[in-house]
Structures are given as structure tokens and as C-alpha cells.
Design a protein around this ligand. Structure first.
Ligand code: FAD
Length: 301
């Protein structure tokens, strides 16, 4: 895939506005997330503080956003980014199938991770605890696993894992009906802690202890520090300045991920700033490259 000017991760109001602004400034854009935008957007019953819409449901506002994207010919790439690596003059974005996208700049608009990490989660991450069933399923061939899912979207991941693993348990941390393969056992329990015992990873819940080979914790957003190694954060938030620049040159962030208040209009406004800052950064890089090329040319003469 060709390297784009700006990759935007997240399809809530922050990411969508960033994409629109970047497109208006004639940049090539890769917008990654969900064609159904964001749960926090579509699930709001009544929004009364979004400029231009005195009272609108989240679903209706999402429909307006969809029209705006269509009008501007912006497509959403349905995918989940698991890691972002700064490669010096570009970024490599890894997805759940271990494929890579490339971009000269990135904008993080992934929303805020709800809740805290479970005790033991960080310690065992990559050693029996995973955030991506699609990526790590092959490791669990003939083994047992628990999937902790934060929304209906994660049910497909559990089903996929069940095709490979010997036994899969599913713990939803949301209310509502669950639609899973019959072989997946649903446990309506509250996860408390992860620990190790006799070579197994054990998920302790309010109802008991479950020793398994792997524990998958699937949330709509992961913690930003895990998504982008080296990113300066303050708890669940990315540290940015007023231009939405992070500590990593070329990496910008906007919306709930950078802090409170958690509001649609604030997220969209910051998406606009982040995109304009990415555009300035690209222009600066271009000027530097042209100057360097001229210097090299004059030295060569
Ligand atoms: C029920 C409810 C009602 C609300 N009502 C109001 C209201 O009336 N007024 C108001 O101003 N605010 C309201 N809010 C707050 C508002 O929803 C948030 O502030 C806003 O959605 C934040 O936008 P965002 O773009 O930063 O993040 P989000 O809307 O959270 O979007 C983030 C997106 O990034 C995607 N994503 C995350 N990680 C990845 C990844 N690794 N790869 C690809 N995609 C990823 C997610 O799937 C999601 O689509 C409400 C929130 C809730 C939950």
C-alpha cells in the first residue's frame, strides 16, 4: 500500500473532523476505524449541545457525519490498529492481521479507554494476556482461553478464537443479548484480577478463579502508551500541547484520548486543530527536504 500523508486512527467525531480538514487541505488520508463510527456516538439518545443541532440523537448525528464524508469522498478503512511504530520519517501502523500501513504523519483519535487495567494485566501482556484474538488465535490451537469483551463487536473475535481453541469462555462487560457459537460458554461474571498458577493464567472474577492458557481483553480503545511505544501519557490520556502535538514528531492526538471534558464538539474541534498541525508539519518537512536537496546539489557542483 502507498504511504499516505496523514493516517487517522479512530472514527468518532475527533477522527472524522480531522479527516475532513485534512482532505480540504488536499492531503492523502487513511481513516481507520469502524463504518459504524463510534459506540459513544451512535448510542447517545439525545444530544443538546452540538452546534447547529438543538436536539439530535447520536444515530441521526452519525447519519449527518456519514453524508459529510460521502460528499467529500472520504472512505473509512474498517480495521483495528494494534501498534504504531515511529520509523523516523514515517509511521508504520500494524493491524490485527499483522499487516502494515504507512503514513508520513498520524493522528490518534481513538477515544479514551474506559476503566482501569485489571491487576496483573500489564504484567502478563504478551505472556498469556492479549488484546487481539485475530492476531494471537493461532497460538491457542487446542488450548483454553477466556475473552473479556467490552461490546458486541468483540463477539466475532471470540467466535474466531473458538474455531482454533479447544474451549473458549466469553465474559461480556456490557448488558444485552450475546450471539456466539454454541461452543463458546458465556460467563456473566466480573473480572477482578489476573495471576499465574501452575503454568496457567488465572482470571479471578467475583464468582471464582478460571485457570486457562490465554486471556483476551478486548476493549474499544486500548491504552495509548500500549498503542504507540514511547508516547508521553498521563494515566489514560496522551499529553499534547495546544497544537495537539505529542512528544513524538509527526504524531498528533485529539478528542477524549487527550483528556476531559469528554464532549463531541470539543473532540471535533481538536480533530480540526490536529489535522491543521499535521498539514503544517508536512509543509515544514517538505521545506527541509528541498533545502537539503539544494545544498547537496550546490556541493556537488
Ligand atoms: C451514552 C453517551 C452519551 C453522551 N452524550 C454526550 C452529549 O450529549 N454531548 C457531548 O458533548 N458528549 C456526549 N458524550 C461524550 C462523547 O461521546 C465523547 O466525548 C466523544 O464521542 C469523543 O469522541 P472521540 O472521537 O474522541 O472518541 P470516540 O467517540 O470514543 O471514538 C473513538 C473511535 O476510535 C476507534 N478506535 C479505538 N481504538 C482503535 C484502534 N486501535 N484502531 C482503530 N480504531 C480504533 C473506536 O472504535 C471509536 O470508533 C456521550 C457519551 C456517551 C457514552
Amino acid at each position: 500500500m502507498e504511504r499516505v500523508d496523514i493516517a487517522i486512527i479512530g472514527t468518532g467525531p475527533a477522527g472524522l473532523e480531522a479527516a475532513i480538514t485534512a482532505r480540504i487541505r488536499n492531503k492523502s488520508v487513511l481513516l481507520i476505524g469502524s463504518k459504524d463510527f463510534s459506540n459513544k456516538l451512535v448510542k447517545a439518545e439525545s444530544i443538546k449541545n452540538y452546534l447547529g443541532f438543538p436536539d439530535i440523537s447520536g444515530r441521526d448525528l452519525a447519519d449527518r457525519f456519514a453524508c459529510h464524508l460521502e460528499e467529500m469522498d472520504i472512505e473509512i478503512t474498517e480495521d483495528k490498529i494494534t501498534s504504531v511504530y515511529s520509523m523516523g520519517d514515517y509511521f508504520a501502523l500494524q493491524n490485527s492481521k499483522n499487516e502494515f500501513y504507512e503514513a508520513s504523519t498520524i493522528i490518534l483519535a481513538t477515544g479514551v479507554m474506559q476503566g482501569k487495567l485489571y491487576p496483573g494485566e500489564e504484567e502478563f501482556l504478551g505472556r498469556g494476556v492479549s488484546y487481539c484474538a485475530t492476531c494471537d488465535a493461532p497460538l491457542y490451537h487446542g488450548k483454553t482461553a477466556i475473552v473479556v469483551g467490552s461490546s458486541e463487536k468483540e463477539e466475532a473475535e471470540a467466535d474466531f478464537l473458538a474455531e482454533v481453541a479447544d474451549k473458549v469462555f466469553y465474559i461480556p462487560t456490557y448488558a444485552g443479548d450475546i450471539q456466539l457459537k454454541d461452543s463458546v460458554e458465556v460467563l456473566r461474571e466480573k473480572p477482578k484480577e489476573i495471576y499465574e498458577s501452575e503454568g496457567k493464567r488465572v482470571l479471578k472474577t467475583n464468582a471464582g478463579d478460571h485457570p486457562v492458557d490465554g486471556i483476551f481483553i478486548l476493549r474499544e480503545s486500548v491504552s495509548p502508551a500500549q498503542l504507540v511505544p514511547g508516547l508521553a501519557t498521563d494515566k489514560n490520556h496522551v499529553k499534547v500541547d495546544r497544537t495537539m502535538s505529542t512528544n513524538i514528531p509527526g504524531c498528533f492526538a485529539c478528542g477524549d484520548i487527550v483528556g476531559q471534558p469528554y464532549q463531541y464538539i470539543k473532540a471535533a474541534g481538536e480533530g480540526n486543530i490536529a489535522a491543521l498541525s499535521a498539514v503544517s508539519y508536512l509543509a515544514q518537512k517538505k521545506r527541509e527536504a528541498e533545502k537539503k536537496a539544494k545544498e547537496e546539489e550546490s556541493h556537488g557542483k
